[in-house]
Design a protein around this ligand. Structure first.
Ligand SMILES: Nc1ncnc2c1ncn2[C@@H]1O[C@H](COP(=O)(O)OP(=O)(O)OP(=O)(O)O)[C@@H](O)[C@H]1O
Length: 597
């Protein structure tokens, strides 16, 4: 479909309904500040009234001065005009002051709710979304709502009040001239309708493309090393240009159409002015109205189109804010990860794990099973190793054990309890994770280790680091435990990150340990340190190890060999070698590649 035709489409009724719902929802946020809103509306009413009084007094001055040459009244009216405009400014200032306060508090709440919600959503929610796009909702979309609240509420109410007031005064002054002024209204109405039909959808598109672009930028910055390693600079620049173009087009047309509004208004304003001046002049010559009335009228006719103009402009801003708010509410309405009412907390676990006929699929329809009818049992304190080619389902088993995802069928038991009956946070609090990508936060080394147990003392942190073989390298850093790590922990080596991650797990003292071995190249000495630290960490705990190098799991109590989601072999290192099956081949292929030796 061509761009022109798409733009010609009227807004669908469904969307209009959604907007109404969104506006009601925004109003619910504002409702909390009802008292302050009342103050705002009161000052808006006052400033609108004062705004109307100004021209009226000017008209009076002209009539008094020119017609009656009454000096005293003239001075009195001048003082009155000065007072009116002073209070007009004061009330205008106060309304902005209060409204900005309400707006900021409202978006503060919205931002907080959105952030909290993001952390309550299940991992599967993030699978399908770009992180930058989500960030865009937290920043750009919320900003949009904020800006609208700061200005639009005042302008909308002020415009309505000024409009009603102006028409009333105009009618009192001269019904005939008022009628003449009104000829612009139908032109305005149809002109505005034509424009807003187009801008609504375009603003929504603009927000969407902005989100996409932000997501892309965030991803490419985070993946800089990969981009450079694979010399993909040109490709990502091309992709970026495409997204940027889409944003430009949506933004361009949204601005072009909304830019028509002030132009249209200006034109009608000038036309109106000319008509009033002409018709008013004739009426004045015939003695139906005074000169002062015509001056006042031209001023009022401006005041009459101004609120209409503002209403139209604000309508556009409002549309853009509604588009932003809709994207925020969409996330707030996502189903959060909730524990059932009956789920319980457990204080202590022995560490027995049992999978009984567990199957699982990442897609909702369950078309492609990632885990197929898997059963095994691990006794407390034992080490279970998961091996298999890439994509076999090893990480998925861990995801299910930690309840990042729920099984499609079968049961997972810990100490004989179905994990679905245990609160997720409580379950995870008994688990320690040392993952391949040891995520470190911006902060000191101490803070990063303390993440494992927030109330740990400095001494405990250092003890954990010592057991994890991290103490010696930390002491060589410029500020030792107070060394500041960059946001992604990029100031230290991969191996050192692993050691910190082990220290963190050590500090949390979990009953169940989940280890995802690092596959990347780490120097032999650091590797030995990591192995030693891991053995210490695993002592006396049930451990589930995703093993990439088979030499590290030769002492495991049980090894599960997975392939395409199926458990194909099970046993100890020796028994599996004796079977001369998949494990045997895998082990020997690694020896030949020099990985397993
Ligand atoms: N979030 C997800 N959504 C959809 N499919 C997924 C998701 N995560 C993994 N998969 C798919 O599930 C299968 C098993 O993946 P899993 O990560 O469990 O394998 P793995 O054995 O841990 O592999 P590796 O050794 O490469 O880490 C793969 O085909 C993978 O593409």
């Amino acid at each position: 479909m061509s761009k022109k035709r798409r733009m010609g489409q009227p807004l669908e009724v469904e969307k209009a309904k959604n907007w109404r719902k969104t506006l009601i929802r925004i109003w619910q946020y504002l409702d909390v500040y009802r008292g302050q809103l009342f103050l705002v509306l009161f000052t808006v009413l006052a400033s609108s009234g004062l705004g109307l009084l100004g021209p009226y007094l000017i008209g009076k001055t002209i009539d008094k001065y020119i017609a009656e040459n009454n000096g005293n009244t003239f001075i009195f009216i001048l003082v009155m005009i000065a007072c009116v405009y002073f209070f007009f400014s004061l009330t205008s200032f106060m309304q902005s002051y209060w409204m900005i306060g309400i707006g900021q508090k409202t978006v503060f709440t919205m931002r907080k709710q959105l952030f909290n919600q993001l952390h309550k959503l299940p991992i599967k929610f993030f699978d399908k979304r770009q992180h930058g796009e989500l960030m865009s909702r937290l920043t750009n979309d919320i900003d949009n709502v904020s800006q609208t609240l700061n200005t639009s509420v005042i302008q909308l109410s002020s415009s309505v009040m000024t409009l009603v007031g102006t028409i009333t005064v105009m009618l009192i002054l001269s019904p005939l001239l008022t009628l003449i002024t009104m000829f612009v209204v139908p032109i305005m109405y149809f002109g505005m309708k034509w424009i807003t039909n187009r801008t609504g959808r375009l603003f929504k598109e603009q927000q969407k493309h902005l989100g996409d672009l932000n997501g892309f930028i965030q991803e490419t910055i985070a993946g800089q090393t990969i981009v450079k390693t694979f010399s993909q600079e040109e490709k990502i620049i091309a992709d970026f240009t495409e997204k940027n173009e889409r944003l430009r087009d949506a933004g361009y047309w949204a601005q072009v159409y909304s830019g028509f509004i002030p132009k249209l208004m200006n034109m009608l304003n000038n036309l109106n002015f000319a008509v009033i001046a002409g018709a008013g002049g004739i009426l004045a010559l015939k003695g139906y109205v005074s000169i002062g009335t015509i001056v006042v009228f031209t001023e009022y006719s401006r005041q009459f189109t101004r609120p209409l103009n503002e209403l139209a402009n604000q309508f556009n801003t409002l549309l853009s804010a509604v588009a932003g708010a809709e994207r925020v509410f969409e996330i707030l309405d996502e189903q959060e990860e909730k524990d059932s009412e009956s789920s319980r907390k457990i204080d202590y676990i022995e560490g027995e794990i049992e999978f009984t006929d567990v199957s699982f699929s990442y897609d909702q329809e369950g078309q492609e099973q990632t885990i197929k009818h898997i059963s095994f049992r691990v006794k407390p304190g034992e080490t279970l190793a998961l091996v298999g080619p890439t994509g076999a389902g090893k990480t998925t088993i861990i995801n299910l054990l930690a309840r990042f995802y729920e099984t499609s069928s079968g049961e997972i038991l810990i100490d004989g309890m179905d994990i679905q009956t245990i609160q997720r946070n409580n379950l995870r609090s008994h688990m320690g994770f040392v993952l391949q990508d040891a995520y470190l936060f911006q902060g000191t080394i101490r803070e990063n280790i303390r993440y494992g147990k927030l109330d740990a003392s400095d001494k405990e942190v250092e003890e954990a680091a010592k057991i994890a073989n991290a103490h010696s390298f930390i002491m060589k850093l410029p500020n030792q435990y107070d060394t500041l790590l960059k946001q992604d922990g990029s100031g230290i080596s991969q191996g050192q990150r692993q050691l910190l991650s082990i220290a963190r797990a050590m500090l949390s003292n979990p009953s169940l340990l989940i280890l995802d071995e690092a596959t990347s190249n780490i120097d032999t000495i650091t590797e030995m340190k990591i192995q030693e630290a891991l053995f210490r960490l695993m002592e006396g705990r049930t451990s589930v190890v995703i093993a990439h190098r088979l030499n590290t799991i030769q002492n495991a109590d049980q090894i599960l060999v997975l392939d395409q989601g199926k458990l194909i072999e099970k046993g100890t290192h020796t028994s599996l070698l004796e079977q001369r099956g998949f494990y045997y081949d895998l082990f020997h292929s690694q020896i030949h590649e020099g990985v397993g030796s």
